[in-house]
Design a protein around this ligand. Structure first.
Ligand code: P5A
Length: 438
């Protein structure tokens, strides 16, 4: 994409309404614009980020055999009356009436809808387990929407729902999902720590939150340094073997990892001092096992091996996809701007033409741009070099290919790695090879 023709409105000044760094940087780097309180439009670069995150989430869901569907954003109030949550949910639910005065709502979550969908379709234990997920917009009329997309009213969530024959099978599904989550966050280039959590309005007895460690996070976090090492996630886990799943689960859910509210001082005292870590975290995922809460209340049963009917055991599993865009920035930035992990960056590299209009620079840039894949951004604007450097750092492209008049004459460019600041002078082909390999 040529920057001169693109809809990438960067801002020099910090917007007054943004209190935290990710919100400031998302506005300044031209990723989002607010259209109403807690509601945002995603501009081209922001949309690329959202798509990159969604795609990694999708691949890791598919890898543990979850199946993608797409349920609507609007739901009927009657569906929620069946579970008893219509009245219980409170003012966070946006309630709507259609022209026939039928009551609808903009879905804050989909337990009811998916249970109904499942009940219409699955009749026998032989068809279990089933895990369905979608990546869909949600609406929660938050009392205090704030921090940009981190606590929005309309936000994008990946929500998965599982149906199992019994407790043991449901727990195995829960653990498989936990593995999928840790793999997802690792691929997104951030470290996420799973912690025991309260179940809140979703309900149930077993629940974990996933927190990305970032100094500006909303929750205080106490954890064992052992959790920082997640390289072993690259090793295969036999997800059909309950013992292997249990071993994995025990490894990642040490009782030391806790938030402020759930801080167990006895367990904390047992952690060797040099292993103790205190930090802050942003909740980017939350998973729940709640047994037959919804199947029972909504009367959704299937036939069992003994010929009788039973209520399948359920869990639900959320990832805040749009919140992640902000959370990743909270974890990956410096005083100059965003430092995108390679896997989520809207553009892999920017070509910076330090002297647009100079024949040698223009020609070399055009030559690089012609060879480059789609995810290169060419800064061809007639701007000063300083402006281009600042914008490239702000937007956070993992690589900058800098084309200046002196080195261009010798057929060379300067390649800068955003994360480390490391620079090297290379030929065009060498630079391209490095960027494309990375
Ligand atoms: C799990 C999936 C649920 O809704 N039902 C379906 C369960 N869980 S949750 O914890 O309430 O939400 C899941 C994740 O969604 C993100 N999230 C938000 N993101 C941005 N703005 C919000 N207002 C917001 N509320 C929730 C979080 O990442 C949360 O972990």
């Amino acid at each position: 994409m040529r920057l001169s023709r693109s809809f990438l409105p960067t801002l020099k000044e910090n917007p007054a309404e943004a209190q935290i760094v990710s919100h400031r940087l998302m506005l300044r780097a031209g990723l989002i614009r607010q259209t109403a309180s807690g509601i945002y439009a995603w501009l081209p670069a922001g949309l690329k980020v959202l798509r990159n995150i969604s795609q990694i989430v999708r691949e890791e869901q598919d890898r543990v055999d979850a199946q993608e569907v797409l349920m609507p954003t609007l739901q009927s109030a009657d569906l929620w009356r069946r579970s008893g949550r219509y009245d219980a949910y409170g003012p966070e639910m946006l309630r709507i009436q259609d022209r026939h005065k039928r009551e609808l709502l903009y879905g804050p979550t989909n337990e009811e809808m998916v249970t109904d969908l499942f009940g219409q379709t699955v009749k026998s234990y032989k068809d279990l387990p089933q895990v369905l997920y979608h990546i869909q917009w949600k609406f929660r009329d938050e009392m205090r929407p704030r921090f940009g997309v981190m606590r929005g009213r309309e936000f994008l969530m990946k929500d998965a729902y599982s149906f199992d024959v019994d407790y043991a099978s449901a727990v195995a599904t829960y653990r498989r999902m936990m593995l999928a989550y840790l793999r997802t966050f690792q691929r997104l280039g951030v470290r996420a720590v799973p912690m025991r959590a309260d179940t809140g309005p979703i309900g149930g007895e077993l629940s974990h939150e996933f927190l990305i460690l970032a100094p500006t996070g909303e929750s205080g976090v106490f954890y064992d340094a052992a959790l920082e090492d997640q390289d072993w996630l690259d090793e295969p886990v036999d997800t059909n073997n309950p013992d292997a799943l249990e071993a994995f689960f025990t490894r990642v859910t040490t009782p030391y990892a806790a938030t402020d509210e759930m801080h167990d001082t006895v367990a904390w005292d047992a952690v060797p001092d040099e292993q103790k870590r205190e930090g802050r975290g942003v909740e980017v995922g939350h998973i729940f096992y709640f047994g037959t809460k919804y199947t029972q209340s909504m009367g959704v049963s299937v036939s069992g091996a003994d010929g009788g009917q039973f209520f399948p055991e359920m869990g639900s599993y959320g990832i805040g996809v749009s919140r992640l865009a902000g959370a990743i920035i909270e974890a990956c930035h410096d005083e100059n701007g965003i430092i995108w992990p390679d896997s989520v960056a809207p553009f892999r590299a920017a070509i910076l033409n330090l002297k647009s209009g100079d024949a040698v620079c223009d020609e070399m840039c055009e030559q690089i741009y012609a060879k480059a894949p789609e995810d290169f951004l060419y800064d061809d604007r007639p701007e000063r070099a300083g402006v281009k450097f600042a914008d490239a750092d702000l937007m956070g492209h993992p690589w900058q290919i800098v084309v200046g008049p002196r080195s261009a004459k010798e057929g060379r460019v300067e390649l800068k790695r955003r994360a480390t600041g490391e620079r090297q002078e290379l030929s065009v082909d060498e630079a391209l090879a490095l960027v494309l390999a990375g």
